[in-house]
Design a binder for this molecule. Structure first.
Ligand SMILES: Nc1nc2c(c(=O)[nH]1)N[C@H]1C(S)=C(S)[C@@H](COP(=O)(O)OP(=O)(O)OC[C@H]3O[C@@H](n4cnc5c(=O)[nH]c(N)nc54)[C@H](O)[C@@H]3O)O[C@H]1N2
Ligand SMILES: Nc1nc2c(c(=O)[nH]1)N[C@H]1C(S)=C(S)[C@@H](COP(=O)(O)OP(=O)(O)OC[C@H]3O[C@@H](n4cnc5c(=O)[nH]c(N)nc54)[C@H](O)[C@@H]3O)O[C@H]1N2
Ligand code: SF4
Ligand SMILES: [Mo]
Length: 751
């Protein structure tokens, strides 16, 4: 018997915030389809009731924007025709088949699949790609983390993260966790560090950010000069012999090939290039060396700027040379619920431009170049899911031209986006509060957790969850033998053990079964799961992998076997711990002979040696400012809200400039300015901000969407940043964009 909902505790639904990778556990009280109240979930396994200011605005995601409620097909005149689902799936599958049969499955490109709060749909894309023979994909990680992932692959062989709750020295490099989190319960943790005289916070940022306000040492570098600052710190560590020789001896390999490169660094020159006092670099290095534990966090300020892959290496050398790995408060490896990238040093190349695909992913900045060519191997079709690349990729003009050159573009989103407007088909997804969802942003050690969220609301009529959309396309493609499905369905009805045996037997006779696993699980195990949690079926395979790779840590976390873990995932409304490691286990994650960390990366040591001849200034007389195109602020959240009314401050997305520059340019607070780059122009309202240094300017991310108005047109608030960026400004190794380092001209606008 079901009970009607009442305004009691029963109407609080446990879920999580979907606005950043922390995914803080929250509870939502609904009033019909509205989110009446939102509060932190104290039971949440990772965040214990913590939220920032943004979670309380989630109703603007669920109910603020204009939702899609029917599949749409774009006609030759640019208008959209509503279709029923069967017609849409039939037409899309037929057109995908045509592309595959004419140009090969490899010409079908997959973009996105995951946002800050939703990875479950993306967990199914492998099966769809396989069904099509597609081999190339990309996503937002290729705008930030892939250079770092490649460095990690060389060093520890896997992702590492800091343990800031316990670190004696915490170092944030191009990272503003006060606003952007990334560290669970960031504001609490930062305040605790700032309060404790025994702990030190080092912030490397050209801007005096809210995080820098709390820091003991603010390395206020000139924009884009971090490589010199870090080389200087390393130079001091080696030249003053502040390194941990015992650690190097016991746990690393070939340190002797790295140290001479650092011995010869000219510290004074490094300080000069980065605009800092040499003494400050020396004090910083000494406090790192003296600490019992050091944790570092590098983010967009360096990953989206010059020398980014080299910088990732230098940062990791700082904690490696000082022995800050695998002990409390230092850098740690961790288990994965599902790996977000491939940690490998052997890389494939893209079919047309031959760009390196670090992490197995096509660099975002080459996608348009891969398409806008007559090369026979160019991409011909694109599936885009849970992402808005026409807005978020560098060089919107080039990307839009590339989309127009494709034979087929399919977008899966909850709303009509800038990308959707350019697609041949747009498919409406259920929102993240209308379906089972989860993320694989699980980077904790020694205890790692995972949170499967149950729906808060029924799906909006006309929408479907992504796993169902994928399954319908795969069914229509008719690539899976019916007998496979029949065998697995029967086994699933008999129980988990028969299912496991049947799955293993089938995989033994037909290797393709593994590649199609997400689809097979969705179709067979899925319908047997409680409360309509069909989309969670793929977690069964992840639980099996966790059981194989981390059996002891899984058992320590209280799960007798992989099936028990899977049941725990299904039942844990506030998340569950899936692995509980011990510090000495950290070495087992180091995927090299003897679990030793090999220190040299010759290509990057070459770049380090060449720093003296490397340009540190990219501005010109024509474009004298460094524009950070995408500063995160209190009221920005990528493009997850398609609604401007959620913001309590900074409604226009102000251009922040220093008082010195404002005076030079004749600008005051609230004045309008024109921003010009080699690629475009835009206008913005000015905010004079003494946190900025002269020559540096910042625009926020998440603005510049073309939102529908009552009269059927669209209206844009703030700057669409990537009308200003150029896809050629990118890291030579990782291909990651220089969003934080865009040479620009700023002028006062007079009316
Ligand atoms: N409020 C809010 N939080 C978010 C998001 C959001 O949209 N809004 N987005 C989420 C996402 S997707 C991500 S990837 C993270 C990103 O999180 P962060 O990387 O912390 O965010 P940013 O503000 O883009 O950049 C961080 C800092 O880099 C600095 N910076 C700029 N140029 C340089 C430079 O040359 N050197 C150095 N050292 N620093 C520089 C900027 O001043 C800024 O303070 O945030 C997540 N959290
Ligand atoms: N110039 C510049 N460009 C940048 C950045 C910058 O700092 N400067 N930052 C970069 C970074 S770090 C990132 S992470 C990217 C982010 O850019 P994108 O990867 O494009 O992601 P979001 O802006 O998060 O957009 C998410 C999309 O998912 C849709 N969506 C929300 N929920 C669901 C759902 O449940 N299902 C589906 N199918 N769709 C859903 C939303 O409507 C929205 O269209 O931007 C990058 N671009
Ligand atoms: S820290 Fe991130 S996940 Fe947590 S409430 Fe704020 S925006 Fe949401
Ligand atoms: Mo991001």
């Amino acid at each position: 018997m079901t009970h009607p909902p009442q305004a009691t505790e029963a109407t609080w639904h446990k879920t999580a915030c979907i606005l950043c990778e922390n995914n803080c556990g929250v509870q939502i009280q609904t009033d019909g389809r509205r989110f009446a109240k939102i509060r932190g979930d104290k039971d949440h396994v990772l965040t214990n009731g913590y939220t920032c200011n943004k979670a309380l605005r989630l109703d603007h995601y669920q109910n603020g924007g204009e939702r899609l409620t029917t599949p749409l097909r774009r006609e030759a005149d640019g208008s959209f025709t509503p279709l029923d689902w069967d017609t849409a799936i039939r037409e899309i599958a037929a057109r995908l088949k045509t592309v595959r049969d004419t140009h090969g499955g490899e010409s079908i490109f997959y973009y996105g699949g995951a946002g800050q709060g939703n990875h479950l749909g993306g967990a199914y894309n492998g099966a769809l790609m396989r069904a099509l023979g597609a081999r190339y994909s990309s996503n937002a990680l290729a705008q930030e983390k892939l250079g770092e992932a490649w460095v990690d692959a060389h060093l520890t062989g896997g992702h590492t993260a800091g343990e800031f709750e316990h670190a004696e020295v915490s170092m944030f490099i191009g990272k503003n966790p006060w606003q952007t989190h990334g560290v669970p319960r960031a504001r609490t943790v930062l305040k605790e560090i700032a309060k404790d005289p025994a702990r030190t916070m080092i912030v490397m940022d050209p801007v005096r950010t809210e995080t820098a306000d709390l820091a003991d040492i603010h390395l206020q570098v000139k924009p884009g000069t971090d490589a010199w600052c870090l080389a200087g710190i390393l130079g001091v560590l080696v030249q003053e012999d502040l390194i941990d020789h015992a650690f190097l001896e016991a746990h690393t390999a070939q340190a002797e090939e790295v140290l001479p490169h650092l011995k010869s660094v000219n510290v004074a020159r490094c300080a000069e290039v980065s605009g800092l006092d040499e003494d400050l670099l020396r004090t910083t290095a000494r406090s790192i060396a003296a600490a019992s534990s050091v944790s570092t966090y590098e983010d967009l300020g360096v990953q989206q700027g010059p020398n980014s892959t080299l910088i990732s290496y230098l940062i990791k050398l700082i904690w490696l040379l000082t022995g800050n790995f695998a002990k409390p408060g230092s850098m740690q490896p961790h288990s994965w619920s599902a790996p977000l990238a491939r940690y490998t040093t052997s890389v494939r190349r893209t079919p047309v431009t031959g760009a390196r695909m670090l992490g197995g992913v096509v660099p975002c900045n080459v996608i348009a170049e891969e398409i806008l060519t007559d090369h026979p191997k160019r991409f011909r079709a694109m599936l885009i899911e849970s992402s808005n690349p026409a807005h978020s990729l560098a060089d919107s003009a080039a990307f839009r031209e590339a989309l127009a050159a494709l034979d087929l573009v399919v977008v899966i989103d909850i709303a009509m986006t800038e990308t959707g407007r350019l697609a041949d088909y747009v498919l409406p997804a259920s929102s993240q509060f209308e379906k089972w969802e989860a993320t694989f942003f699980n980077f904790e050690f020694p205890r790692n957790s995972f949170h499967l969220r149950a729906p808060v609301l029924d799906p909006l009529p006309g929408t479907l969850p992504e796993p169902e959309i994928h399954a319908r396309i795969v069914r229509e493609l008719g690539v899976v033998p019916g007998i496979h499905l029949a065998v697995l369905r029967t086994a699933a009805r008999l129980g988990r053990t028969p299912f496991k045996l049947a799955f293993a037997a089938l995989a033994a006779v037909d290797k393709k079964v593994l590649g199609m696993a997400p689809y097979l699980l969705y179709e067979t195990l899925g319908p047997t799961l409680p409360d309509g949690a069909r989309s969670a079926a793929v977690l069964w395979a992840l639980a099996q992998r966790i059981g194989r790779e981390y059996p002891k840590a899984m058992r320590r976390a209280g799960h007798a076997n992989a099936d028990a873990l899977f049941d725990g995932m299904l039942a844990g409304r506030s998340g569950i711990t899936f692995t509980q490691d011990e510090y000495e286990d950290a070495w087992r994650y180091v995927a090299h002979p003897d679990h030793r960390i090999p220190l040299p990366i010759p290509e990057l040591l070459g770049l380090l040696d060449a720093l003296d001849e490397t340009p540190s200034v990219h501005t010109t007389e024509e474009f004298p400012f460094v524009l950070a195109a995408g500063q995160r602020r209190a009221f920005t959240a990528n493009t997850i809200f398609r609604d401007n009314t959620w913001r309590k401050r900074d409604p226009d997305g102000a251009l922040r400039i220093s008082p010195h520059d404002a005076e030079q340019l004749g600008l005051i607070d609230g004045a309008r300015a024109q921003i010009t780059t080699g690629r475009g122009t835009a206008q913005a309202t000015v905010e004079v901000d003494d946190r900025m240094q002269p020559g540096h300017a910042a625009l926020p991310n998440g603005f510049g969407l073309d939102l529908p108005t009552a009269d059927g047109t669209t209206e844009r608030t703030g700057v669409a940043l990537n009308t200003l960026t150029d896809l050629r400004w990118r890291d030579p190794i990782a291909g990651t964009p220089w969003h934080k380092h865009v040479p620009a001209r700023i002028e006062a606008l007079r009316d």
